[in-house]
Design a binder for this molecule. Sequence first.
Ligand code: NAD
Ligand code: MG
Ligand code: MG
Ligand code: MG
Ligand code: MG
Length: 349
Amino acid sequence: TDTTTDDETFTTNIYYGDDADASHIEDKTVAVLGYGSQGHAHALNLHDSGIDVVVGLREDSSSWSQAEKDGLRVTTPDDATAEADVIMFLVPDTIQPAVFEAVLDGLEEGNTVMFAHGFNIHYNQIQPPEYVDVTMAAPKGPGHIVRRDYENGGGTPALIAVEQNYTGEAKDEALAYAQAIGGTRAGVIETTFQEEVETDLFGEQAVLCGGVTSLVKHGYETLVDAGYSPEMAYFECLNELKLIVDLMYEGGLGGMWHSVSYTAEYGGLSRGDRIVDEGVRENMEDTLEEIQNGEFAREWINENQAGRPAYSQLKQRDEQHEIEAVGAPLRDLFEWEDDVNETEQTEVP
Ligand code: NAD
Ligand code: MG
Ligand code: MG
Ligand code: MG
Ligand code: MG
């Protein structure tokens, strides 16, 4: 389609192929700082789209030779920034403020500072000068998917946002960048830094990473404490989750309900809200409030400055949960486990 769907179908602007104008990026040099999950995908997709790319890495980085092997130019972050018109920050979020300080001198009037996640801008950990554009192009998927979709002729849906529009062309350029990494082949949603950050943090805390792991552990413990075998509890509460999530991914909640048995459907519909009840909903609202008022961000920034003592403890406690010891040998029984590991090792340098 060649029409922007800002009609009544969606509540937000979604852009496709012809909505983007490549002239806003095609003659520019893009510095991609970092060559991890997102970095390698952005750099290679931009390069294959005909854009001049320079990767910025520390001299002792193990990714340096990999990026060169992949056919890219590599230099230090400050040299890459000095040379580039568009500087995309794809080093870890916790490291971005220090890298930004190190490259600041290379930012020229009219350059663009770009991000794939808005944490450091939204919570003022990076404060760019007023003479640059500040934008976002954030694929809604991990880097190896962003690269694979592009190589297969498709694309991964992406977000764009503009925080600072010095040149007056910030949005056009962000959309052209999103097109060059494959985003407009799938759909590019326009958002703001604030909305991207707050929804992203809430999603990972309440539902995707925090909520779901606690749900799995509580379910497992309930069965094992009642005398059922740990292996049965593992399969029922963790392993089968993937099958259910795949159905929801493909067909929404209705697609999932349609595919499970009537007994599962009635049991789930009648018991779900007892398990995840109003109290959970209130906890979610409290969690969202800590994100909105900056309390979570302050806690995490301080935690990093202190060397991550609480993080280390929480991580260790989770690693020592019985479900991990029970699950590892069970997963070894599956052939697909090897494929997954191989994919991660080769595609995420
Ligand atoms: P990553 O940890 O996979 O990669 C980080 C890269 O930065 C590595 O190549 C590392 O060698 C390099 N690096 C580390 N310190 C450096 C330094 N001081 N100087 C130069 N390079 C340095 O990171 P990622 O997951 O790709 O995340 C990058 C950004 O993308 C973050 O803002 C993140 O929030 C965002 N993002 C990630 C995903 C995802 O699925 N991974 C999805 C959307 C957005
Ligand atoms: Mg420059
Ligand atoms: Mg997210
Ligand atoms: Mg996140
Ligand atoms: Mg079952």
